[in-house]
Design a protein around this ligand. Sequence first.
Ligand code: GRF
Length: 228
Amino acid sequence: MQPTPLATCPCSVVVFASGRGSNFAALLKAQQRGKLPIRIRALLSDKPTAPALLLAENAGVAAAALSPRDYPDRASFDRALFARAAEFSPDLIVLAGFMRVIDAAVIDRWRGKIINIHPSLLPKYPGLRTHQRVLEAGDTQHGASVHFVTAELDGGPPIAQVRLPVLPGDTATTLAARLLPLEHRLLVAAVGLFAQRRVELGAHGVEIDGRVMTTPLCMTDDGMLAAN
Ligand code: GRF
């Protein structure tokens, strides 16, 4: 399939973030530099104090927080959050440090339109404390994954991964610090593929250029995504 021309059809994106928003900032920067055929329409958060909200406001991107405490249960909150996102007619919702499990029924309605960045080489280490768990297991490699979101926590099919070696003396802090810039590049590259309509979630898994992928794409040192 041909890439979609930048100027005529930018992919409409809404980002969900709970915290500092460095992945959101990386997407925004790539958009502003004309390197990504996307238009970030809004930043939504579950945390009214999330620094990501300020980043969005300062960049002139619509920003809003909904507080889970204002809703009777998780499903009601998620329905409200996604209803808010739907106001921006997104082609894609990016979970970029969004620290909540989303209701399965809500996710099903958005199948193939939500991706998440996770700091581990999935299927290893879904959930929290990934850097620490890598060290405790004695792994020699760590990394990050961008995957389509399904009802299973961090369990949806991966699109692309980036790897980095674990070095002697590494701590969870040093590992996280070395991984973060790679996460930014990985997320930008994966969103780029989606925006160019080159990657999608088909009936049999992730498809790249119309073919089902058996292993996730791997980010090379020059920031390109290559088949494994
Ligand atoms: C990233 O490490 C991301 O992989 C994880 O949460 C962190 C968010 O960082 N899900 P930021 O808010 O994008 O700076």
